[in-house]
Design a protein around this ligand. Structure first.
Ligand SMILES: [Ca+2]
Ligand SMILES: [Ca+2]
Ligand SMILES: [Ca+2]
Ligand SMILES: [Ca+2]
Length: 174
């Protein structure tokens, strides 16, 4: 009877030891995970390295896994923090010239008519005019008041801005 009790006793201690080891192991494992999470600081994580944290990007609606959400050649961080352009709109001022091209050409990505001559930056480039010079040919007439395609309609009012002469006989009738 005593032997049976001893066996039961040691058997019980063995089970208790095993359970303790699993519990202890589980505790250490959980603690390591907590430490890892603190080290990674998820709120400061910038997965796509564009200068905006994943949290900021979620708030702005930009893609935290794409450094240039609108594919205009400018990173989300540069658009939001420096240029103040829209990181979700390739052409923030709607002048038919995308934000990245404006930065390269030196025009203002937030002003559709950088040189204030009544012609948008995009239209000036289409007509072969300088969007940074209100009077490209220095003849005293502003680019917007010129009639580049000689159709009798000045550039700022001419919606057919293909720079072609639609009035072949110059009688002001197309
Ligand atoms: Ca980012
Ligand atoms: Ca962009
Ligand atoms: Ca633009
Ligand atoms: Ca202009």
């Amino acid at each position: 009877m005593a032997m049976v009790n001893k066996s039961i006793f040691f058997g019980f201690m063995g089970i208790l030891g095993f359970v303790s080891m699993v519990t202890f192991g589980g505790y250490v494992y959980a603690d390591n995970n907590v430490h890892k999470l603190h080290t990674l600081k998820p709120s400061n994580k910038d997965t796509d390295h564009d200068g905006l944290t994943d949290k900021e990007e979620r708030k702005l609606g930009t893609d935290p896994r794409s450094a240039d959400t609108d594919h205009d050649g400018l990173s989300d961080g540069l658009e939001v923090k420096t240029l103040k352009t829209d990181p979700k709109d390739v052409d923030s001022d709607n002048d038919d010239l995308n934000d990245g091209d404006e930065v390269v050409k030196g025009t203002d990505p937030l002003d559709s008519d950088t040189d204030d001559d009544n012609l948008t930056d995009g239209k000036e480039l289409k007509l072969g005019l300088n969007p940074l010079d209100s009077d490209t040919d220095d003849d005293g007439i502003q680019d917007g008041d010129e009639d580049s395609d000689h159709d009798g309609i000045n550039n700022s009012d001419d919606n057919n801005d293909d720079n072609n002469n639609d009035d072949n006989d110059d009688d002001n009738q197309q």
